[in-house]
Design a protein around this ligand. Structure first.
Ligand code: ADP
Ligand code: XUL
Length: 541
């Protein structure tokens, strides 16, 4: 008999629905709504709207709502047996905030199946757009909050992260400062994850500890809202926040709107949603130490499972609560897929052509090196986007292609040193993780084997696996995380990319060079040009 579980992923560029059959350990179906293509009336580009020169970046919460209805319509029309699904959970792009007025819950409780979700939810927003993780316009608010909390060290001790531009707290403070009336008319502020879960639940849903940790509002030790931080952020904030809950919580059953309109079972369990990175931790099966994952999605992220709280006092890395209830480390690079696409699109290439050129050029790129800040970057912090090229210019196709990929992974290696342990293996996920040529550069730079997975949307898979775990645990058929993960993630099967040890020394030297260029540009240290010329002499003559 089939045991179906649904994982939804409301990400930056699309909404995905992965249905898994736990009995057979197989993917049952996959549906995907691409915001730009399938909902063109919102006029987003890659799912986002740029309101002010790459700094103010928002999206439309109503678009996510429309996508939700559209994906269920598609599943119903494709005769997916929705009535058999036992539990649903989901994943949201992290940090983004949704601002709702006092009509929200009433509208959710009285949804009419003869009308669309969009038409009914249109009046519930106190702010029509949502600032998302790509926004970097809150430096002033970050500085104000951090100062009130006593500086960097005590902030990180309390929150597990520095106060960061894209995180929810400083975004909320900015809204409060710039639009007091809008703030006062806001009854509840949701994350993308808890907003989508609320619609499915038919009332306000809580935020799980994993996504909550990415808000700059939750105490990382007590896993409660931190009163001192709330006070430093905006007045009366506590009454505008949903409650916090354990990542395994069952919230209740699906709202009757979805049961009646799409034929879901009335007893279906809705499990709390979480952020895409915590979900991905499960979706790639990271439940023990010594392994790390890199997600090459719209953002590039690097994450590991942590048994104990382990903080980065430099302030570049974050600690979130993992779906297992333990912790996870995370570093996020804003210049991920969209930066790679900038180069690909400038030269009018497809990914295959991009790879071919990447492979033509030897590791080390003949000494050409890039600092790739196409967008404002968080790690290292660069607020004003600018691309720096050393030894080549923007019209050199080959130089640019090799340089962007090498720069991204050199930067990751450099900035993940705080995690301490060198991973024995790197698991990769996200849209770009199907590109073996890019992964070969990753393997060589980290000198570590890289494991690919068949399902590259680990956030949606992780959500489906969390749904299965909570469902079975509640039915007294308790399964360990290992049992849940092993059923779906066969670590013997995924393709492995091995590092080529010919390049160990070259990439060690190039990492030093990269570090020196970063310090030259960002911290006014001396120009490492002579070292670059020596590097060229050593490896390319
Ligand atoms: P998100 O979940 O953040 O919305 P995805 O994980 O779906 O994003 O990744 C989308 C990105 O994957 C696209 O922006 C695209 O650049 C990248 N991508 C897709 N196919 C390839 C490929 N063959 N090589 C490199 N990148 C790719
Ligand atoms: C993580 C981050 C992004 C978003 C979107 O801190 O900002 O990875 O979760 O994927």
């Amino acid at each position: 008999m089939r045991h179906l579980f649904l994982g939804l992923d409301c990400s930056t560029q699309s909404l995905t629905a992965l249905l898994i059959d736990f009995s057979s350990g197989k993917l049952f179906s996959r549906h995907n709504i691409i915001f730009d293509k399938d909902l063109p009336n919102y006029k987003t580009q890659k799912g986002i709207i740029i309101l002010d020169k790459n700094k103010v970046i928002h999206s439309y919460p109503l678009m996510w709502v429309e996508a939700l209805e559209m994906i269920f319509d598609q599943m119903k029309n494709n005769n997916i047996p929705l009535q058999e699904i036992k539990a649903i959970s989901g994943s949201g792009q992290q940090h983004g905030t949704v601002y709702l007025n006092d009509k929200f819950e009433r509208v959710l409780e009285t949804l009419d199946i003869n009308k669309s979700l969009v038409s009914q939810l249109k009046p519930v927003f106190s702010r029509n757009t949502s600032p998302i993780w790509m926004d970097s316009s809150t430096t002033k608010q970050c500085d104000e909050i951090r100062e009130k909390l006593g500086g960097l060290k005590s902030t990180i001790e309390t929150l597990g992260s520095n106060i960061i531009e894209r995180f929810s707290g400083p975004q909320i403070r900015k809204f409060y400062q710039e639009n007091l009336d809008g703030y006062n008319h806001t009854s509840i502020i949701h994350l993308v994850s808890s907003f989508m879960a609320s619609i499915l639940l038919g009332k306000n849903a809580p935020i799980d500890h994993g996504d909550g940790a990415g808000m700059n509002l939750m105490n990382i030790r007590t896993k409660q809202w931190d009163d001192r931080v709330l006070e430093a952020t905006a007045p009366n904030l506590k009454e505008k926040l949903p409650s916090l809950t354990n990542p395994s919580s069952i919230l209740g059953n699906l709202s009757s709107y979805f049961v009646e309109k799409f034929g879901f079972n009335a007893n279906i369990d809705l499990i709390v949603w979480s952020g895409d990175n915590p979900n991905s931790l499960i979706g790639v099966g990271l439940i023990e130490k010594g392994k790390a994952a890199i997600s090459l999605g719209t953002s590039d992220t690097q994450f590991s499972y942590l048994q104990d709280l382990y903080l980065d006092f430099k302030g570049e890395g974050h600690v979130f609560v993992a779906p297992t209830g333990d912790y996870m480390s995370l570093i996020c690079y804003k210049n991920g897929s969209l930066a790679r696409e900038r180069i690909k699109d400038k030269f009018k290439l497809n990914w295959e052509e991009f790879s071919k050129i990447l492979n033509k050029i030897p590791p080390g790129n003949n000494g050409k090196l890039m600092l790739p800040y196409f967008f404002p970057e968080t790690v290292p912090q660069v607020l004003k986007p600018q691309v720096y090229r050393f030894g080549f210019d923007e019209n050199d196709i080959e130089g640019n292609i090799r340089a962007i990929i090498e720069a991204q992974f050199l930067s990751m290696k450099l900035h993940s040193k705080w995690i301490g342990e060198k991973p024995k293996e790197i698991f990769v996920t996200g849209g770009a993780s199907i590109n073996e040529d890019i992964l070969q550069v990753l393997a060589n730079i980290f000198n570590t084997k890289v494991r690919m997975f068949e399902i590259t949307n680990s956030a949606a898979l992780g959500a489906a696996l969390r749904a299965a775990k909570s469902y079975y645990d509640s039915k007294d058929e308790i399964k360990s995380w290992k049992q849940i993960i092993n059923k779906f993630i066969n670590l013997q099967e995924g393709a492995i990319i091995k590092p080529d040890n010919k390049y160990i020394e070259l990439y060690n030297d190039m990492l030093d060079l990269y570090k020196n260029y970063e310090e030259f540009i960002l911290r006014n240290k001396s120009n490492p040009e002579i070292a670059r010329l020596e590097f060229i002499k050593k490896y390319f003559f």
